[in-house]
Design a protein. Structure first.
Length: 402
């Protein structure tokens, strides 16, 4: 079953920008269209892509059923993760056969810029603010500032989805500057700045630094990258200095101060507190195999009340950290397996030989310890991009000769 470029791009736009938009009860279009995606896999002879993840889920499900779970929550969560496996497998099937990746990336960036302009217009007119902007306080003690989320539920989820687009044009511009690529990169940077997701921005900066460190000699000996990085460094320092003197009480410095002093509850909750809560939960259950899918929202309420000294029962019991959630759900064994699989695929597909994929790997590896969640589909899709070599222009041999 082959999809035309128009049809496939329409589905990509739907899943990329509107997957959960205006849908009730946590539904997503990737769930609603799972029968179509299953049929797509069958027609392409790619149902085998589902085998390994489904075996993994089945094995742990048998163990958790034997240990004991709340059957209703367990069944619903298991069905949802099964449908997610169908969706991710369909993405793998499409991505490995796609021939217009560069075109798709360019069109996604252009669409994102149009949506960003519409969001800015909504600020000016005061209409549809909640559609485009995240209107929750970003740190204690500071006024609410609108943070760009477009059609996502949170600004951080939206900004995370921009990672592949950002790194694609960032590394292109660094090696071979063109006005078109630079403008597309600036449009993504504008969206990232408006989302004001410091976690994602920090991950981007750290990933770039790590890639430069790995290929330091090549970056400084290749004229194009040396000049581009020097210009970038000087511009960053000048910009930071101007912000400090012109607008010292800005939200960036305010939140950084809150993070350093430990006042920022979001930063704490997404990092070490998530692991504290996960381990407290495991201590009272099964540390090796975890508590199972869908169980934390039931078992975790008491742990959250104890940990945060809540006076009442929290509305939602969840862990806003992908690795901490993997730990509490699948235990030490599942947590370790996830890391081992990542390292195995990193070596198997020689991610270290590709500038673009290496930067994405660093970003995902760091991000999973500082946020996200177990059912974050976009995270798994970016892992697909990391482990499946597609854009040869970023391989080190070609990149430093462009």
């Amino acid at each position: 079953m082959k999809l035309s470029l128009t049809t496939s791009f329409g589905l990509i736009v739907l899943f990329y920008f509107f997957n959960s938009f205006m849908l009730p009860f946590g539904l997503k279009f990737s769930i609603i269209l799972s029968p179509f995606l299953f049929y797509y896999l069958k027609e392409n002879g790619d149902l085998k892509l589902m085998k390994i993840p489904l075996y993994f889920i089945l094995l742990f499900s048998i163990i958790h059923l034997f240990i004991g779970v709340n059957l209703k929550s367990f069944t619903i969560s298991t069905i949802l993760i099964g449908l997610m496996v169908i969706y991710i497998s369909a993405v793998v099937s499409y991505y490995k056969n796609a021939t217009k990746i560069e075109y798709i990336i360019e069109k996604l960036v252009q669409l994102n810029f149009i949506f960003t302009l519409l969001a800015i217009l909504s600020i000016v007119t005061g209409r549809l603010l909640s559609v485009f902007w995240y209107l929750i306080p970003f740190t204690p003690g500071y006024k609410i500032i609108p943070r760009l989320k477009l059609f996502e539920t949170e600004a951080s989820f939206y900004s995370f989805a921009l990672l592949p687009l950002f790194f694609y044009y960032f590394w292109k511009v660094i090696a071979n500057f063109t006005k078109k690529d630079a403008l597309l990169l600036l449009s993504i940077m504008l969206s990232l700045a408006l989302s004001f997701s410091l976690g994602i921005i920090a991950v981007i900066v750290l990933s770039i630094l790590l890639v430069i460190l790995v290929y330091f000699y090549k970056f400084i000996t290749f004229k194009n990258t040396r000049h581009a990085l020097l210009f970038l460094l000087v511009s960053f320092c000048i910009g930071l200095t101007l912000v400090y003197f012109i607008f010292p009480d800005n939200p960036l410095f305010y939140r950084l101060e809150n993070i350093i002093t430990g006042v920022d509850t979001s930063g704490r909750g997404r990092t070490y507190e998530s692991f504290d809560i996960a381990w407290l939960t495991l201590n009272n259950n099964n540390p090796f195999f975890g508590i199972g899918l869908g169980q934390f929202k039931l078992i975790g309420r008491d742990v959250l009340i104890y940990y945060y000294k809540f006076m009442g029962v929290p509305d939602v019991a969840r862990i806003p950290n992908a690795m901490a959630e993997a730990l509490v759900t699948y235990g030490i064994i599942g947590f370790s397996l996830k890391l081992l699989i990542q390292f195995y695929l990193f070596v198997k597909f020689k991610v270290y030989l590709d500038i673009f994929r290496l930067s994405l790997f660093f970003s995902l590896f760091i991000y999973q310890f500082t946020g996200s969640h177990l059912f974050n589909e976009i995270e798994y899709i970016v892992w697909v991009v990391v482990f499946y070599p597609k854009l040869n222009l970023f391989t080190a041999k070609l990149y430093f000769k462009s």
